[in-house]
Design a protein around this ligand. Structure first.
Ligand code: F6P
Length: 326
């Protein structure tokens, strides 16, 4: 090969289940094409520090079934500066790296776009449990995170029903309500609170009271962490009005437990497809794009669009969740 011979891969931002499987796919697909593959430790921080290791096919054995990322990740403050990014490009040139694969979500792909603008060939792989990335209908890790949250919700519903309690469950997602909405639909919630369709505490508690009136013995509300009325605020409201409302509530904030799980079959397969597609792009000397999924097909989207456009949540699903909660 004359063009893309030496390829580095890194994982950046919040880890997502399936990242290891994606690193493995990139390394093995590249090695098969006789590219020399490298791993950058701790994301963009490692790029700035020049923390680069050679990765061969055998080095990525036994990682497919683990969550997290064996390369490590970071949210790099230094990479937000021009000096940091120049240092990163300088280091890649020192190692004679021809192109970089960035596995990560929104912030990471904005970083990838910055490198691309500096003339360095980069390919992104859509990976975040938030599923908020323009350029992919489904991102790597969201399926596993959703199933972890759902298992918790199913359990919480059991104990809620035993006590006729209301249960609030807050799920991650940053400013995006995707995870919360999918948890609500799959978990059979009585109400869902998401940033894309803000509701008042009066409306939410009215839905909860209605659920009891209809004969239910629990009221489950899934709350997105990014909603103005998050679980902490809603709990405070319910506590203040508990006499009038006629029920008590318990609140669970799932937090990082959603991130650390064993990647589902779907996420491992998606990781494999994304990783191989990234290498195929580089082999034909295409870069500056994100590898994503649309209608079960692998697609590429310019990193510029990924960095500057917003992925919209399908609000018809919000209406559907409301209808099904009756
Ligand atoms: O982007 C993934 C995510 O888990 C978000 O859902 C959450 O808001 C954030 O990362 C938490 O970030 P950190 O792990 O840095 O606390």
């Amino acid at each position: 090969m004359i063009g893309m011979n030496r390829i580095a891969v890194l994982t950046s931002g919040g880890d997502a289940p399936g990242m290891n499987a994606a690193i493995r796919a990139v390394v093995r697909a590249g090695s098969e094409k006789e590219m020399k593959m490298f791993g950058v430790r701790e994301g963009f921080e490692g790029l700035i520090a020049g923390n680069v290791v050679r990765l061969r096919a055998r080095d990525v054995g036994g990682v497919i079934q683990f969550g997290g990322t064996f390369l490590g990740s970071s949210r790099s403050e230094a990479f937000l500066t021009v000096e940091g990014r120049e240092r990163a490009v300088h280091n890649m040139r020192e190692y004679n790296i021809d192109a970089l694969v960035v596995i990560g979500g929104n912030g990471s792909q904005c970083g990838a776009w910055e490198l691309s603008k500096m003339g360095f060939p980069v390919i992104g792989i859509a990976s975040t449990i938030d599923n908020d990335l323009y350029g992919s209908e489904v991102t790597l890790g969201v399926d596993t995170a959703l199933n972890i949250a759902l298992e918790a919700i199913d359990r919480l519903k059991v104990t809620a029903s035993s006590h006729k309690r209301a249960i609030l469950v807050e799920v991650m997602g940053r400013k995006c309500g995707y995870l919360a909405l999918m948890c609500a639909i799959a978990g059979g919630a009585e109400a869902v609170v998401i940033p894309e369709a803000e509701t008042t505490p009066e409306e939410i508690t009215r839905d909860m009271v209605d659920a009891y009136r209809r004969g239910k013995n629990h009221a489950l509300v899934v709350v997105a962490e990014g909603a103005t009325m998050n679980a902490t605020a809603l709990t405070a409201y319910i506590d203040k009005h508990k006499e009038a409302l006629g029920f008590t509530t318990r609140t669970t904030i799932l937090g990082h437990v959603q991130r650390g799980g064993v990647p589902s079959a779907f996420d491992r397969i998606l990781a494999a497809r994304f990783g191989v597609a990234a290498v195929e792009c580089l082999a034909r000397e295409e870069s500056g794009v994100l590898i994503g999924l649309s209608k079960d097909e692998i697609i590429t989207t310019p990193l510029e669009h990924v960095a500057t456009r917003k992925k919209e949540l399908d609000l018809s699903l919000f209406q559907m969740a409301r209808v099904l909660s009756t």
